[in-house]
Unconditional design. Structure first.
Length: 362
């Protein structure tokens, strides 16, 4: 079994929900089956934390996993990445108008995310997703290459993992784009796509701005397969989807009906929904020979069971998180602040229980 792992965006809420999903995989002995990883925002953050706490390795024994999990639990419940204290630090004042660059700096200093893309293992192949402001396309980072199909690709990039993750999490209206300066655009190779939109080498700008990967698509499924095609490098696609359900009414401070955060949320919700529907359609297409599972945040185990035509007793359902706790977990803030132990445990348990309900690997 070769598992393609998709970890969505959603800030620290997503990072911790994904930890619960990964905890379930670790207990089942399936982490070693992961051959590819595609991440956005919070998914990128938690993956970077795991690699940084496990000597740039993915596979690990149960003892090693328990150690990594314990370290991340302590970190995420005691250290905020962005805080008022960070803003008041004179050493960070130069970053006040470049908050995404500050996130990269703090990922290294406070969360211990170090190393470059070249320090990553060959397997699993990890792709970190961002969005190129200039082209509007999905820019991705990996050990193999970085770029998008309009700008071109640079092979073997020696790019800091912390900066790649900061770009992946650079929400436009909260952090702003990460500025990427390219010394020699000629080193980027043209993509294999035949399209007249591609930049010619002489047209490539030397400065790019990278937004959150969620601007393009908050799941990161495109890195595995185009819709209607068989996945590359895996035969089981596991989507851990921690995108918060869109609230029926926008926050009261969005008085302008065209407020950009609300537009971003509506567009992201629609794109995510279409991607999930496409996933299920492809999964049920026997010609594609693809299996997989979608693990959603915000659904109770009973709701997942109903969708999958499963049923348990009422006594069994009472052992899982209540509808109220599921709602609290799903609508937890996406900020990069530390969580209380109660909130951390709730989100981990939610991811773990939903993974247990949704995943069926023979």
């Amino acid at each position: 079994m070769n598992i393609g792992l998709v970890l969505s965006g959603g800030g620290t809420r997503a990072a911790i929900f994904h930890l619960g999903v990964l905890k379930y995989l670790a207990e089942q002995g399936w982490l070693g089956e992961v051959s590819r990883i595609s991440t956005v925002s919070g998914g990128s953050l938690v993956t970077a934390l795991i690699f940084s706490r496990n000597n740039m390795k993915w596979t690990m024994t149960k003892t090693e996993w328990d150690d990594v999990f314990s370290k991340l639990e302590t970190l995420l419940t005691t250290k905020s990445l962005l805080s008022k204290r960070s803003a008041l630090n004179p050493l960070n004042w130069l970053y006040l108008h470049r908050r995404s660059a500050l996130v990269a700096r703090l990922l290294e200093q406070k969360w211990g995310v170090s190393g470059s893309l070249q320090d990553l293992p060959e397997t699993p192949k990890w792709q970190i997703n961002a969005t190129t402001y200039q082209t509007g396309k999905n820019w991705h980072f990996s050990k193999e290459k970085m770029g998008d199909w309009v700008y071109g690709f640079l092979n073997g990039p020696k790019f800091p993992i912390a900066k790649a993750c900061a770009a992946s999490a650079a929400v436009p209206y909260a952090l702003g784009a990460l500025k990427l300066k390219i010394d020699n655009p000629d080193l980027f190779e043209e993509s294999e796509y035949n399209n007249n939109e591609k930049f010619k080498p002489s047209e490539r700008p030397k400065t790019l701005h990278l937004w959150d990967g969620g601007v393009y698509e908050n799941l990161g499924t495109e890195r595995f397969a185009k819709i209607g095609s068989s996945p590359e490098g895996c035969n089981f696609v596991l989507i851990s989807d921690a995108s918060a359900p869109l609230k029926p009414n926008p926050p009261k401070f969005f008085k302008n009906p065209l407020a950009s955060p609300r537009l971003f949320d509506v567009t992201s919700e629609q794109t995510r929904s279409l991607r999930v529907r496409a996933f299920w359609k492809d999964k049920n297409n026997k010609a594609l020979n693809m299996d997989g599972a979608h693990v959603p945040i915000g659904k109770t185990v009973k709701e997942i069971d109903e969708y999958n035509d499963k049923k348990r007793t009422d006594e069994e359902y009472q052992q899982f998180l209540s509808q109220e706790d599921v709602h609290k977990a799903a609508h937890h803030s996406t900020t990069l602040k530390k969580l209380s132990q109660e909130d951390f445990s709730r989100l981990v348990r939610h991811g773990y229980e939903n993974a247990q309900a949704a995943i069926s690997i023979s």
